[in-house]
Design a protein around this ligand. Sequence first.
Ligand code: CUA
Length: 328
Amino acid sequence: MFPLWPTAASTTSHRVDALYIFLISVTGLVTLLICALILIFIIKYRHSKHPVADQITGSVPLELTWTVVPFGVFVIFFIWGASIYVAEATPPRDSLEIYVVAKQWMWKIQHENGQRELNALHVPMDRDVRLTMISQDVIHSFWVPEFRIKADVLPGRYTTIWFRANKPGTYHLFCAEYCGTLHSGMIGKIVVLDPKNYEAWLSGGGEMGTFAATGQKLFQELGCTDCHRFDTQGRGPNLVGVYGKPVLLTDSSTVIADDAYIRESILNPGAQIVAGFKPIMPSFQGIATEDELLALIAYVKSLAVSQQSEPVSNRPPVPESAGAPQVQ
Ligand code: CUA
């Protein structure tokens, strides 16, 4: 049998379906109404019964009706659609963080614990999952019909999308943006596991170290540690606790140190200089790959939370008091 709807496997699925059914019903009813009126008028006003046409010169109530009623219907479409869009664009706090790098023609998935996957994504059921996505070449689009989510994956810019899968199973992942010869082959699978199986799958990853630890290693290899020291003596800002916080720049404006800000600071360091520092940092454009940039961001992120939760291995000592940070 040809299935009318893809399986509904996420918490958003039914909201999207309901809107879709509403759209089809309203437009279907309007179509039927128009067809019925055409038939009725053909018969009622046919030439033999109505040889002379009535000249109607306008009717304010009628014109108001056919303006206000469709406007109201379209406003309902808009508010309903916008509420779903905003909900899909706003990941809940404490979502599981997963990084996606798209390229011609594959999906590279990176989990926080260090697991990597190609054209496959394993996620736990009943858990909010947030994807941070970027492309290393052209525009792609991450589409999971069973979750009713789709988001463009762009070069040079992070996009995020989130979902909460609520049915175990294996689902399709498609690229929904024409991206070259093998676009149609840029597919993968999403595997939703119940929490027990997910833990088992996660632990099967071997000893790769966390993604943040990979970032920490890179941070040393690229020489970032020379300037970004964990005290106040460095030539660059101390990055402990910076992630997610406002940063004061030399032009007295502030920016939030989010993924996009950190990425730009690595690739184009001269764009936004932190107040009190000189523009001496070299660009890492062409040196750090998209995967490595994400690892560095994961590391900076771990520095922000390391005071409360599980730290990166071999992390530098975090100053206890804000007043007098110790030298490492
Ligand atoms: Cu990637 Cu189409």
